[in-house]
Ligand binder design. Structure first.
Ligand SMILES: [Fe+2]
Length: 447
């Protein structure tokens, strides 16, 4: 027999139900925006071998929602088990997806809406028990984040498609503060990862203590202006700055500048979402691969931060000694704190979010551009795969490098001070930038 629910449980459950419904709706309206901005022909087409046709992402989002919520959490009958294989990201490599017998757009949309109806039905009655998949609405949160992550992938596909602009957004705020230079992070322990954020994914857990020597980190992401100095100084033609693998990649792919840049008189122009703009000097550089970031850092006499260094700079509060959820505190992101949620279609200039700085004065860690770190992707000490190995564990190892902090195209539901992203060191179709770090020099440390 079920234990009766207390009044407080009921209130908490209702609040959680409301939050889940709002987050599901927000994700779906973004998916609709990204897939209704182009015609059916465009949705079915592959814009780059790196990406799926948008219509694959669309039905895949619905299929994951069906698998986890309708079938697993709800224990309901399948809506369409005949398409599971088609939309399994592990069975279908991206380059092969356009040749699959994909659901045409109208059918994909109808499928998504049937699944969503069943999820709303389930949400009305589900009890948030201690079962790990439903405690604190975890599986719903995972599906919200999954859809938002695919929306960011779809936004990256939009950046790769040719043709006139179809996405529109106001520009990000202008700088409100002059931000530059470096910040010293004193030696000592801090708490990395989380045990308490209810929708944190398996790779963000568990919380654990990490002791770091003193280091210095850039107060802001590397800007286009700084990056252009590296280009102008012959950075792309000097193997001294590049790792052996990075140099080989640079030569093979003939990289001479960030992706989507072209020469424009004496300067550079940058194509974003179908429009050419002059490269703006005070904006964080975006669309660089890990090898480019590493070469820039070497040229600047620095290095990339480790993942732990990035997270300590973002979360550690020297006054309380505790780690915050975000650089500015524990409060969810708002427009005052960070450039997230695809509100703008570009990174904001450095100094645009003074309210979002960390206690030590490190700016724009969240939003704007994903930041490459020097770290390979691995489990935190004590890692347990949940709810399945394919979420993160199968990606652990030397092949990937960790990116942190989210971009202008990352939704706030899929971005935290602990959130971890990973990709191959050659990838730059993602909204990736970086900042530099270095060991503290003599006289700079101090515990
Ligand atoms: Fe997926």
């Amino acid at each position: 027999m079920r234990a009766p629910q207390s009044g407080a449980d009921q209130v908490g459950g209702e609040r959680l139900r409301g939050r889940i419904a709002a987050e599901l709706a927000r994700a779906r309206s973004r998916t609709a925006l990204l897939t209704e901005a182009v015609d059916d022909d465009d949705l079915m087409r592959q814009h780059s071998p790196l990406m799926s046709p948008l219509v694959w992402d669309l039905a895949h989002v619905g299929n994951q929602e069906e698998l986890w919520l309708v079938r697993d959490v709800g224990g309901r009958e399948p809506v369409r088990c005949d398409i599971d294989e088609l939309y399994d990201a592990f069975k279908q490599p991206r380059r092969d997806r356009p040749a699959l017998p994909l659901l045409p757009p109208a059918e994909a949309r109808a499928y998504l809406s049937t699944v969503r109806d069943k999820v709303h039905d389930l949400l009305d009655t589900v009890r948030f028990t201690d079962r790990p998949l439903v405690a604190d609405g975890f599986a719903f949160g995972m599906i919200v984040q999954h859809e938002q992550q695919h929306d960011e992938t779809m936004l990256a596909t939009h950046q790769l498609r040719s043709g006139p602009a179809v996405l529109h957004a106001p520009p990000p705020p202008e700088p409100r503060l002059a931000v530059g230079g470096e910040v010293l992070v004193p030696a000592g322990e801090f708490t990395m990862g989380t045990d308490t954020d209810p929708w944190a994914l398996d790779n963000e857990r568990p919380a654990h203590r990490v002791d770091l020597p003193a280091y210095v980190i850039d107060a802001a992401p590397v800007t286009n202006g700084a990056y252009q100095a590296f280009i102008d100084d012959g950075g792309y033609s000097d193997p001294r700055w590049w790792s052996a693998a990075g140099w080989e990649h640079r030569v093979r792919e003939q990289l001479v500048a960030p992706m989507h840049w072209r020469r424009d008189g004496a300067g550079w122009a940058y194509r974003r979402f179908g429009r050419w703009d002059p490269v703006r000097a005070d904006e964080p550089v975006v669309h660089v691969c890990w090898y480019e970031a590493q070469a820039y850092a070497a040229w600047a006499g620095k290095r990339l931060p480790t993942e732990a260094e990035w997270e300590k700079a973002a979360r550690w509060d020297p006054v309380t000694g505790r780690s915050r959820r975000y650089p500015w505190g524990d409060e969810d992101p708002t427009e005052a704190y960070a450039n997230l949620d695809q509100r703008h279609l570009r990174p904001a200039p450095v100094g645009a979010y003074p309210a979002g700085a960390s206690p030590l004065g490190v700016h724009q860690l969240i939003g704007d551009v994903w930041e490459w770190t020097s770290s390979t992707f691995d489990g935190h000490p004590g890692f347990t795969a949940f709810p399945y190995r394919e979420y993160s564990e199968v990606f652990f190892g030397d092949d990937y490098r960790v990116l942190r902090g989210g971009s202008f195209g990352t939704d706030r539901s899929a971005c935290r001070g602990t959130f971890r992203n990973w990709d191959y060191p050659i990838r730059r179709q993602i909204f990736s930038g970086f900042r530099c770090a270095r060991d503290a020099g003599p006289g700079e440390s101090g515990r």
